[in-house]
Design a binder for this molecule. Structure first.
Ligand code: NAP
Length: 297
């Protein structure tokens, strides 16, 4: 029987653990705070930010939302980041990407105080991750590790194929999995758009993590029996329903399920973990900045 990995259940368990850590901080007079900054009119970005704010509220993290007119200069955004860096009530800063074309995304990432970089994208935090001494693990790949651990999938000694090499998912996923650390010690192959025979790579994998943003790129014919499949992809495709679209992942679920020993659905798989790990990083940031011990698993 193929196990369907329930991201909502695992995410809720992590949130419950974090609620206890928020209480610990409160007892020491610290309310953890996350600032979200949106410089976009994009509906999906607005939705993502409001989901993150709501998740904060649910476990007692204070969220501070800042909207910046996308037609203003990048200086306005930079000045706002500087002010948030200085604000002791704000322990984490999240600038929702993408920012408008006239704003240098990398400059934005580098402007955020690395101690408040709860996305884990600042070069200092990327360097620490690569060096095996992470401060803030990027939320989505960290969430994938948590899902695998909750499913009792041991990565040590396994052949893992990661499809996608972005800075936010593919590369940090690889960096986490190769570490000499729990839920690491894997042999990792990273595939991308120039990989010549993707199916040959995925068929030889014990675990496939798909993060390409290409709807249903990986199907059952590309998998061996008993592969563990984690689908990070989220794409909107036209559909004959009321909304006019549906959300699909990078994996063709039905055919992949017939081969997999365990598989994440879309939605309800990786997505809830991405948000849970953002809360995790915010609680960790609050602990680091105030000296309160919130030791996290
Ligand atoms: N569930 C969540 O919480 C969550 C979080 C983050 C992202 N996502 C989703 O995950 C997906 C990936 O996000 P991202 O930000 O990493 O995307 P991205 O920046 O567009 O990167 C996509 C990667 O996939 C590779 N790729 C594209 N087509 C491919 C193909 N046919 N075969 C093999 N590799 C291919 C690209 O290769 P090149 O480098 O050669 O271009 C690139 O490395 C998206 O659907 C996104 O919405 C979900």
């Amino acid at each position: 029987m193929t196990r369907i990995i329930d991201g909502n259940e695992v995410g809720n368990r992590i949130r419950n653990e974090l609620e206890g850590r928020v209480d610990t901080l409160e007892q020491q007079g610290v309310t953890p705070g996350l600032a979200t900054v949106l410089m976009s009119d994009d509906g999906a970005s607005e939705t993502y930010v409001s989901m993150k704010q709501q998740a904060c509220d649910e476990i007692g993290i204070e969220s501070y939302h800042h909207e910046i007119d996308p037609d203003t200069s990048s200086d306005v955004l930079m000045d706002r980041i500087d002010a948030l860096n200085e604000n002791p009530g704000v322990h984490g800063i999240l600038v929702q990407m993408p920012v408008p074309d006239h704003v240098d995304e990398q400059a934005v990432v580098e402007r955020i105080d690395p101690m408040k970089d709860v996305d884990g994208f600042h070069p200092e935090n990327v360097g620490r991750l690569v060096a095996g001494n992470p401060r803030f693990k990027p939320c989505t790949p960290h969430g994938v590790q948590k899902l695998l651990a909750a499913t009792d999938v041991e990565t040590e000694g396994k052949d893992v194929v990661v499809v996608g090499r972005s800075d936010i998912v593919g590369k940090p996923m690889m960096n986490l999995l190769v570490q000499k650390a729990p839920m690491g010690n894997a042999t990792v192959t990273v595939c991308h758009s120039r990989t010549t025979d993707l199916a040959e790579k995925t068929r030889n994998a014990d675990v496939v993590i798909a993060a390409a943003g290409v709807p249903e790129l990986v199907d059952g014919t590309m998998l061996s029996e008993d592969t563990v499949v984690v689908d990070v992809g989220v794409s909107r495709v036209d559909a004959d329903n009321e909304r006019g679209y549906e959300i699909v992942g990078d994996v063709e679920f039905e055919s992949a399920k017939r081969k997999a020993s365990a598989i994440t659905p879309v939605p309800g798989g990786v997505g809830p973990l991405t948000i849970a790990m953002l809360l995790y990083n915010t609680v960790k940031a609050a602990g680091l900045q105030t000296g309160v011990d919130v030791t996290l698993p």
